[in-house]
Write a protein that binds this ligand. Structure first.
Ligand code: BES
Ligand code: ZN
Length: 880
């Protein structure tokens, strides 16, 4: 395996103006004919270098250059390239290759899923379809003809608009699609199958009518309305917020069961993991409904941020992914609760991206080297990339940001560009210099920001001192200061925001404002401050940093109640919980009796008793920081102590708060009983409080709670309530009820693969002893298969990622199990194998005994035989 470097980027020697593809689909092979209309890149010299086309796992049957049939003497073939010498500046290459989608288990290129043909080309899958310049800066106009059996594959789809179709002898038929927009090969798509669709219409800002179609297997046709509604909302939102209109006459989504990722933004023909399209009350949870809405939006938004303006090379991946995640997050915030969306995203970032940024695979938002690009669809590219865009938005303000995005889309329409081009557009539109800010793109690691205060009663000034630093990451020992936008407010003793006037300013401006911390050490002094204030720092999590300020617990309780920023009210609660839990972890490690700080009980009680608060916020604030987050913030993570302390706290809270929890549970369950399912924020909020209350209540083991759980399980009309009741039973000591419910659930939903995924996950995540044995037994269940990525994630991924006490069992059996699965999957599906491996790469977080066991399993994978580039890169870098 070799490393690719950003510094080696060179423009393509040749361009492909037109790409004409014909696919002949058969049961035991597929023929791909490609006609490439090519020319020398006019920006380079006139001489004609050799042409090296990418191609993997292709059987070359025929190739011509300008109608001259080539023989083996005219070209060189390796397992990754076809090389030949052009003799003219413009020429046409025609090739025919044979491929085998029917045996493609890697799910990259053309493959079969549940009897249908589909493609996944990003990032470098097109080279498994035909010989091509498979790089995003080669953009071409595509026409695609698909031919296949009419009965088996009545629907034949590709990018763009349908322009012709017809029948052939032998029960076959064909269709031709033309995409008028130039695109890189990674946006190519083809689908052939027996599919039904729901159709709708959308009229754009400029009154063009667009046909919308969502294709699914016939039995799922009753589960697409939510995705269709989400699509129409997305189209409208992108017009209103970004001025972006859809550009083809038809927009299609296809749901497939076997898919490595969530979904893919192929031009005009998005292909989705069925888990990100299908949703209805009876089978999908509230979280799943919101996921569908977000993914539909994300892929739709790529039509501009990714497709019309694409990436020059894969080092620029965050240009499209970070930006599009930021866009979809703002969309979800507008559709639902803004504060709750922010809380969820920040919790996810701090638990998972911060861990990545502190681990062996840490890399900048714009990496400068990689071995296997599939490994770089990371939390850093996506989530930190989105935070970088959010900071630009914060620094520029909404208006200038919109001017910048308008300029970016106009200036670069039809081009393949870089993150620098994006930032330049933002600078040109706003007049703000982002030179130093761009360090966010090039320096890896999570910055720390330590804050201290000094109040001067006589001078009536209040000073905040900021110190920033960033730990070393692989290949980067020294970091320069970042531009850190810190949104803040100052609370007076009654909890009101004070007017903010910095020294040197003529007047106060606002009560919440953004300071830019740009130096390693920097102070800001506020004037006219009569009494010692309490700072509310990093409101809305205005920068992806680890902030520290020496709050005591009473101050955190005060912020929980009074901060005008909803995110920071939640954040204060989290910090309070972290302090309390860390105290319990210490007690546990010293073998002392555990004693819960009653202030946490008091704080949560007052939340539960305040009927005016947003119920979703109350639910979020009742959720203690997860074990994975507690691991991330530990110097050395003590798996058992973290689990023990957190469970002790949950138990204590459940007992102390039984009355208010029971009251809120019953009230909400009553409303749920009388309300048909609605996938909207207010209803999500009610159910989230109801369900977290139930999960606490069950810890008391009271018979009335068991009865309520069984009532909810049996009588509810939606998966949110049903799955919570099931999860509560699965984690309870009521063995008989648990067994009965699991069995009934599986019997009822055995034909619904996505629901069975949830059934697997609930059991995989159960922290009761014996978790590994349960997971191993479930792998033998008829609904389980290693060939389906959703199943692998639902069972093995959930076990290793969420069931920390069982996965990290002291004898190393969890690690051995995971390594075994990675070795098997390496041969079947390298991308899934390498993603599954992530928990083992975190060995540095643990004490010596676990480190040794984890490393031994990584070594065993390394020695297990022929490794894919995907698995090799992750294993070798995490051992380095
Ligand atoms: N372009 C990606 C899908 C992709 C990723 C294809 C990696 C091939 C390799 C798509 O736009 C995407 O980012 N999908 C996300 C979901 C999204 C809501 C963040 C995914 O698939 O997880
Ligand atoms: Zn994306």
């Amino acid at each position: 395996s070799k490393t690719i470097y950003l510094k080696d980027y060179r423009a393509p020697d040749y361009l492909i103006d037109e790409t004409h593809l014909t696919f002949e689909l058969f049961e035991d092979h597929t023929l791909v004919h490609a006609q490439l209309v090519m020319r020398r890149n006019p920006e380079l010299s006139a001489e004609l270098p050799v042409l090296s086309l990418d191609g993997q796992q292709l059987e070359l049957l025929r190739i011509t250059l300008d109608d001259r049939e080539l023989t083996a003497a005219d070209y060189q073939l390796s397992d990754s390239h076809l090389t030949l010498q052009p003799t003219q500046a413009s020429f046409v290459i025609d090739s025919t290759v044979r491929i085998h989608p029917e045996s493609n288990t890697a799910l990259e290129g053309l493959y079969k899923s549940s009897g249908m043909f589909c493609t996944q080309c990003e990032a470098e899958g097109f080279r498994k379809i035909t010989y091509y310049l498979d790089r995003p800066d080669v953009m071409s106009k595509f026409t695609t003809t698909v031919s296949g059996d009419k009965q088996k594959y009545p629907i034949l789809l590709s990018n763009g608009n349908p322009i012709a179709s017809g029948s052939e002898e032998g029960g076959r038929h064909w269709a031709t699609w033309e995409d008028p927009f130039k695109k890189p090969a990674y946006l190519f798509a083809l689908v052939a199958g027996d599919l039904w669709c729901v159709e709708d219409k959308f009229t754009t800002l400029s009154s063009r009518e667009v046909t919308l179609r969502i294709y699914v297997e016939p039995e799922n046709i009753d589960k697409v309305q939510h995705a269709m509604d989400s699509l129409k909302k997305s189209m409208k939102w992108d017009e209103e917020v970004y001025g972006r209109e859809y550009d083809l006459d038809i927009f299609m989504i296809v749901a497939v069961n076997d898919f490595n990722m969530g979904a893919m933004e192929n031009k005009g023909l998005n292909i989705f993991n069925s888990s990100c399209v299908l949703a209805r009350a009876e089978t999908a949870t509230d979280a799943a409904h919101q996921r569908v809405e977000a993914v539909v939006a994300h892929e739709y938004f790529h039509n501009w941020s990714g497709n019309r303006v694409t990436c020059r090379d894969w080092f620029q991946l965050s240009l499209k992914e970070g930006f599009t995640v930021f866009r979809d997050a703002e969309f979800s915030a507008d559709m639902n609760s803004r504060t709750v969306k922010r809380i969820e995203d920040v919790a996810y970032l701090r638990t998972h991206q911060f861990a990545e940024d502190a681990g062996p695979m840490a890399h900048p938002v714009r990496p400068d080297a990689y071995m296997e690009i599939s490994n770089f669809y990371t939390l850093t590219i996506y989530e930190k990339g989105s935070e970088v865009l959010r900071m630009i938005h914060t620094l520029l303000g909404n208006q200038a940001f919109r001017k910048g995005s308008d300029l970016y889309f106009e200036r670069h329409d039809g081009q393949a560009v870089t993150c620098d081009d994006f930032v330049k557009a933002m600078e040109d539109a706003s007049g703000i210099d982002l030179t130093q800010f761009k360090r966010w793109y090039t320096q890896a690691g999570t910055p720390r920001l330590a804050v201290s205060e000094a109040f001067d009663a006589t001078a009536r000034t209040y000073t905040l001192n900021f110190t920033q630093s960033c730990p070393a990451t692989p290949g980067q020992s020294d970091k320069l200061p970042f531009v850190i936008p810190v949104e803040l407010g100052l609370l007076d003793a009654r909890g009101n925001d004070l007017p903010l006037r910095l020294q040197g300013e003529a007047a106060a401006s606002g009560t919440s404002r953004v300071l830019s911390v740009t130096e390693a050490q920097q102070s800001f002094t506020f004037v006219d401050i009569a009494e010692q204030p309490l700072p509310s720092l990093l409101r809305g999590f205005s920068a992806p940093v680890k902030l520290s300020f020496p709050y005591d617990r009473d101050q955190l309780m005060f912020l929980m109640q009074h901060d005008s920023d909803g995110f920071n009210r939640w954040e204060a609660g989290q910090q309070l919980s972290v302090q309390v839990l860390q105290e319990l972890i210490g007690q546990q490690q010293r073998g002392e009796a555990l004693v819960l700080d009653q202030r946490l009980v008091t704080a949560l009680r007052s939340l539960l008793q305040d009927g005016r608060l947003d119920q979703a916020m109350v639910a979020e604030m009742l959720s203690l920081p997860g074990e994975a987050y507690l691991t991330e913030i530990s110097e050395v993570a003590d798996v058992e102590a973290i689990h023990g302390a957190r469970e002790f706290a949950r138990q204590q809270l459940a007992e102390a708060l039984f009355e208010p929890l029971w009251q809120r549970y019953q009230a909400n369950r009553e409303v749920s009983k009388g309300t048909p399912y609605v996938a909207e924020a207010e209803h999500f909020a009610r159910r989230s409080l109801q369900n977290i209350a139930l999960s606490y209540l069950m810890l008391t083991g009271k018979p009335e709670v068991l009865a309520a759980t069984l009532e909810q399980y049996e009588a509810c009309d939606n998966m949110t309530e049903r799955l919570t009741a099931l999860a509560v039973l699965v984690n309870s000591p009521f063995e008989a009820e648990r067994g009965k419910a699991l069995e009934a659930f599986a019997e009822h939903f055995k034909d619904n693969a996505l629901v069975m995924d949830q059934w697997f996950s609930v059991q995989a995540a159960s922290t009761l002893p014996g978790g590994l044995q349960r997971v191993q037994a479930l792998m033998q269940h008829p609904a389980f298969t290693l060939k389906n990525p959703n199943k692998v994630r639902a069972l093995i991924g959930a076990f290793a990622g969420q069931n920390l006490v069982n996965f990290h069992l002291a004898d190393g059996s969890g690690y051995r199990f995971l390594a075994d699965q990675v070795i098997t999957l390496n041969a079947l599906n390298p991308q899934i194998a390498s993603r599954l491996l992530a928990p083992l790469t975190r060995w540095r977080k643990y004490a010596a005994a676990r480190q040794a066991l984890m490393k031994a399993e990584l070594e065993r994978i390394l020695a297990s035989g022929e490794l894919s580039a995907d698995v090799y890169e992750v294993v070798s870098k995490s051992l380095a």
